[in-house]
Design a protein around this ligand. Sequence first.
Ligand SMILES: Cc1ncc(C[n+]2csc(CCOP(=O)(O)OP(=O)(O)O)c2C)c(N)n1
Ligand SMILES: CC(=O)[C@@H](O)[C@H](O)COP(=O)(O)O
Ligand SMILES: [Mg+2]
Length: 613
Amino acid sequence: MTLLSRLEKIGSPADVKKLNTAELYALADEIRQKLIQVVSQNGGHLASNLGAVELTLALHKTFTTPKDAIVWDVGHQCYTHKMLTGRLSRIDTIRTEGGLSGFPKPYESEHDAFVAGHASTSISAALGLSEAKRLQGDEGYVVAVIGDGALTGGMAYEALNNSGKTPGNLIVILNDNEMSISKSVGSVANYLSDIRTKPAYYRFKDRLSNTLEHTPVVGKQVKEVLQNSKSRLKTMIYHTTFFEDWGFDYLGPIDGHDIDKLCAAMERAKRLARPVVIHVATQKGKGYSKAEENPGAYHGVPSFDLEKGNPDISLENSFSSAFGKSLVKLALKDSRICAITAAMKYATGLQFFKHKYPNRFYDVGIAEQHAVTFASGLATGGLLPVFAVYSTFLQRSFDQILHDTALQGAHVVFAIDRAGLVGQDGETHQGIYDVSLLTQVPGMQIFSPVNYRELSQCLRHCIYEIEGPCALRYPRGKEDESLPVSDTDLKKGYQLQKCGSDRLVVTYGRVFSQVLAATAEQPADILRLCRIWPVSDEMLDMMQQYDHLYLVEEGIRAGGVAATIAAALMERGYRGEVRIRAIDNGIVPQAAVERNFCQLGLDAASLTDFLRQ
Ligand SMILES: Cc1ncc(C[n+]2csc(CCOP(=O)(O)OP(=O)(O)O)c2C)c(N)n1
Ligand SMILES: CC(=O)[C@@H](O)[C@H](O)COP(=O)(O)O
Ligand SMILES: [Mg+2]
């Protein structure tokens, strides 16, 4: 009989509450070992999880989920929470097909209070949950756990601005490790770092305020008078941080790896009558030396060898790198070219640009909306901005693209990375909506290159041959080197591959490889669009010459290129047959991309059947 480890004995958060401090630290060690082992096998968000182990233990020691709700921001740091809430036996399945998600999922467990994946949403969601409790007379606290990176996103401030005056069951835990994926940027990051360097000063103020609070009779009165006055004494004692100006109580900075201190602060927060911010200082990557040394490289990793360590932070052989390098080449000859990222410098391949042209490189933080309007300002001011962003995160900026870019015809180039299916991050991160969104934007042109060479040509074309907004979109990962692709005339925007068939497949982007393989079995002509939007009359004329059209798209059907072509052909009175293969259900769960292709009927075998019909 094998002895159960401490971790295996945790069936639910109730078991965490029974442990003393020493036992909790021993448990933390086991959790770290498990995190490292699982992420090295499955890939995932290692450094963020390693940094939040004690914090998660303290949360479950102090609060009682699901009566109390914990809302994780982004949610990429929730692996320990999953292990402690009855999912340890399935943790090895994390991020795999049919397995646990790498993000909070209420359908997975009642302990996951809210869906996450995109940043800066936790305080808004927590405020909503807290108000729902209040209005329905439900008991329980609501805790938002937000990182300093996620605190660079505008939504967090909208929520703070809206929360300060609410009755007090809302607790915001600011998990400050001074890192987003790369170093946290902006004035708030500097401000937080300033607070972190003066813990004694903040402890003194806190003690003074606490003492007043507990001084019988006069203490409370003095405190109230001071809090409501404008005196310098008040400023000295109570005006500690901007959180207080917004109506929160502030506790911190607290060592985020000291379980007793964390628990004490959380217990105190429960007793306070106002919403509270607990500012916690943690170390990203804690407990795994390689991740401590280079937390950015271990933020999100593919599976890796524990001995060798260091998975590549940005793969050399990838569309992202090809894009980044092409942009540098163009920028060498044109000082008007600027590059913008919303906290994804390495992942979008912009590190090359930053290295070469730091004064025209902008990391704006997790602020996609701001990034778009900022880019539109740069364009209106005479520059050539390129905003490199994941498809899924660009969704945030739809109104900015419409209102601030398109309506004034600003020439902003959107370099849309992770376009299409993304794999293990699952439904929150799929890049399958951008085409349907962008086709609604007046004047927008969209390109979908299939290899690095074409990407580079499209980028140049977008920067120099187009006025107004334009986008080029490319998938996660690397090119298919076997593709027989010659240079495309980008003014025409397509390539027609003929075999003398009366059937035509119209497609674009990564799924072209699958179409090619399918037509080897079921011969058909192929019209590959490189400029996928707008669809020109010339393209439609060409389609009308065929009796059977097969439109294949790695994106959602509604509003997509295929559906729009079908509608345009109908208006033209086309009498032939049109069949569409696109993504009908917009919620595509995690799996290897190849598996998602099969599930959605976009792989070569399924497309062969499709062409047979
Ligand atoms: C809207 C949006 N943009 C970008 C991302 C990509 N992203 C995921 S985690 C992360 C950094 C988060 O930093 P922080 O909140 O401080 O958490 P940490 O990893 O440091 O614990 C970024 C930029 C995202 N998830 N959502
Ligand atoms: C949590 C998050 O949103 C990112 O870290 C994302 O998981 C990165 O995905 P890639 O691995 O495609 O860069
Ligand atoms: Mg952080």
